[in-house]
Design a protein around this ligand. Structure first.
Ligand code: F6R
Length: 616
């Protein structure tokens, strides 16, 4: 994923920019570059394909000191990874830009700018921004004012920063769909796409909001909102302990990571949504071409990631109308599979290093077209520099940040978000998704972080419910439709960290066997959103109550379910049915967490388990 760093100071800032880029390396990238106004006030740059260390070596061989500069790590979306496509991009020798996100109308703008005499030196969408700004400067010579005008013509998503040799006292920046944060120093100020990049220089931050334009000078920062009104954004002081590798105020990493879900889901969405649709280019430069040819999908993953894939199968078939198969990687890798023509191979993994998942990908890639090979491979992964990402044709990174607790939580919900983006992108490219439903789901995705926050606010209620489990040895989890894999994930969480035996069943299967297990010592946990399967689910729950089983039901507030003898109902905020699997995961995570705490187990490092399973 692309990263931005910028600085305006009285000192030489080259090292600050390079260090900032290094701190963003974990997100994955294919090239890096830096542009500064040098001692003579001229714009100069260095760009390299590969690691930031290669850019650093280039800067050592040919130093580029300066006091105003911008830097970038690029993850290719338009144009292959190459030095000419790496940012910063220039317009003449006056203007430089770095950009995260995707400009959708770049083709039209490119034609327009070419007719005005601009020539392009890259294949990127980004280059249109810098020429457009240069053209705007002809009628509006102030850089900040010109940026305000120019961004109005950009469609898509962007977080961008610009420097100009003509106004060397500032960086100007704009945010729409891709995050930017200003770091405040003493007599110097900074900019980045993630505050992590600036921790070495400041602990005071100001987050830009959607539509904001900022002018960052050494002694002053000015911000205008989407309506052009001057605004002040709150200053936030970073406290030690907000770090991923620190539990902060939380008792366990797992609880901290559960509570991080609204923000990491937000991050996973950023830069990938236009007004009413998903930006297909977010999956990589060849995504639109590849997706247009896909007729089938094969998903492969392990554990929690496998459960995410199971949810995605419901979505892909129901919303995008595309046939989808899913299998655990440890089985798939040793099986002779029959590959349907034009099948996209999708692997899902938090770490990107899971041995079985990697082996399955490698086997899939080894198949020749005569053996019925796959069309292409796509990795949904949380680690940008992992083997899975390096070896796949397309990637969509989940941006959950480092997950320390062994039991996966925020990785799962961000995988679900990524898979919903895949579903919407597939439906769009294939023309199988109703545009109105597409727009509705995009709007719901935007509201999702707030909904997750509401579910997390039920923490104390779920903690109380957990008391029903501390003396129990077995539990049943039930769900129907896309909530069945959510029930599976809830059962996996409970067994992993509390060591209580937990099984998940599609609720309709109850009467075909597991009902025999139900008695007063076997609590039954159910997820019950308000969908067309609700009435059937209610009948299944009656079957449990009739056998004396205790029910714990997480139900939509509009589902009309209430507490009664042996039935404990926890009301959930209402949500669009398609996104319910993401929301209903939250109380199940909290439940397993509080049961484990009551039982006194090692929540973050449960016995016999490892975070990354890199061996068979
Ligand atoms: C469960 C859990 C595991 C992993 C599985 C795959 O909480 O974390 O089941 O999901 O080992 O790992 P990744 O996603 O790294 O491939």
């Amino acid at each position: 994923m692309c990263g931005i760093v910028g600085a305006v100071a009285e000192r030489n800032i080259t090292a600050v920019l390079v260090e900032g880029l290094k701190r963003l390396e974990y997100r994955g990238y294919d090239s890096a570059g830096v542009a500064l106004l040098n001692e003579a006030g001229e714009l100069d740059r260095r760009r390299r394909v590969g690691k930031v260390s290669e850019l650093e070596a280039a800067l050592k061989a040919e130093p580029l000191p300066g006091r105003v500069g911008i830097a970038h790590t690029r993850w290719a979306t338009h144009g292959a990874p190459s030095e000419r496509n790496a940012h910063p991009h220039f317009s003449g020798h006056q203007l430089a830009v770095v950009h995260n996100g995707i400009i959708e109308n770049h083709d039209a703008l490119r034609d327009q700018l070419k007719s005005l005499g601009y020539s392009f030196s890259s294949d990127t969408d980004t280059e249109v921004i810098v020429h457009l700004l240069d053209h705007t400067l002809k009628s509006e010579p102030d850089l900040t004012a010109a940026l305000k005008v120019a961004v109005k013509q950009l469609h898509g998503a962007y977080g961008l920063a610009v420097i100009s040799a003509k106004q060397p006292d500032r960086i100007v920046a704009a945010r729409s769909g891709s995050p930017l944060v200003i770091g405040l120093g003493l007599g110097e100020n900074f900019l980045a796409s993630d505050q992590l990049a600036l921790r070495q220089v400041t602990d005071r931050f100001m987050y830009l909001e959607e539509g904001d334009i900022a002018q960052i000078c050494r002694d002053e920062v000015q911000i205008w909102d989407i309506d052009g009104k001057a605004v002040k954004r709150e200053q936030v002081q970073y406290h030690e302990g907000a770090e991923a590798a620190d539990k902060g105020e939380y008792r366990h990493f797992m609880l901290k990571e559960i509570h991080e879900q609204p923000s990491v889901v937000q991050r996973t969405l950023e830069g990938r949504l236009a007004d009413d649709h998903v930006l297909v280019q977010a999956f990589g430069p060849q995504a639109a071409d590849i997706f247009a040819k896909v007729k089938n999908i094969q998903i492969v993953a392990c554990g929690t990631s496998y459960h995410a894939g199971m949810v995605a199968r419901y979505w892909l078939e129901e919303l995008a109308g595309i046939p989808c198969q899913i299998e655990v990687a440890s089985e798939f890798r040793y099986r002779k599979v029959v590959v349907q023509p034009d099948t996209l191979f999708v692997s899902i993994s938090q770490s990107g290093e899971t041995a079985d998942t990697l082996a399955a990908l490698r086997n899939a890639k080894d198949l020749t077209p005569e053996q019925g090979g796959y069309l292409a491979s796509l990795a949904i992964c949380n680690v940008g520099i992992s083997s899975l990402v390096r070896e796949s044709d397309l990637t969509l990174l989940t941006l959950a940040g480092p997950e320390i607790g062994v039991a996966s939580t925020k990785a799962f919900t961000t995988q679900l978000v990524a898979l919903m983006l895949l579903t919407l992108a597939m439906g769009r490219v294939r023309g199988t998704l109703d545009p109105q439903l597409e727009a509705e789901l995009v709007a719901e995705l935007r509201r999702l972080p707030t909904r997750l926050g509401e579910a997390l606010a039920m923490d104390a209620v779920v903690e109380k419910v957990s008391e029903h489990f501390s003396e129990k040895h077995h539990t049943l989890f039930l769900g129907r439709g896309a909530q069945y894999p959510v029930a599976m994930e809830g059962a996996l969480k409970l067994k992993e960290i509390s060591y209580i035996h937990a099984e998940a069943y599609p609720a309709g299967e109850l009467k075909h066997g597991p009902l025999a297990l139900v008695d007063a010592d076997m609590p039954v946990v159910t997820v019950a959103p308000n969908n067309e399967l609700l009435e059937k689910l209610k009948s299944n729950l009656q079957e449990v109550r009739a056998r004396g089983g205790e029910l714990i039901v997480f139900a939509d507030e509009k589902a009309g379910m209430s507490n009664g003898e042996g039935t404990h109902v926890v009301n959930m905020p209402h949500i669009h049915d398609a996104l319910a699997p993401i929301l209903y995961t939250i109380p199940l995570q909290l439940l397993s967490y509080y049961v484990a705490v009551l039982k006194g187990t090692d929540v973050d490092q449960p016995r016999n388990l490892a975070k990354s399973v890199t061996v068979e």
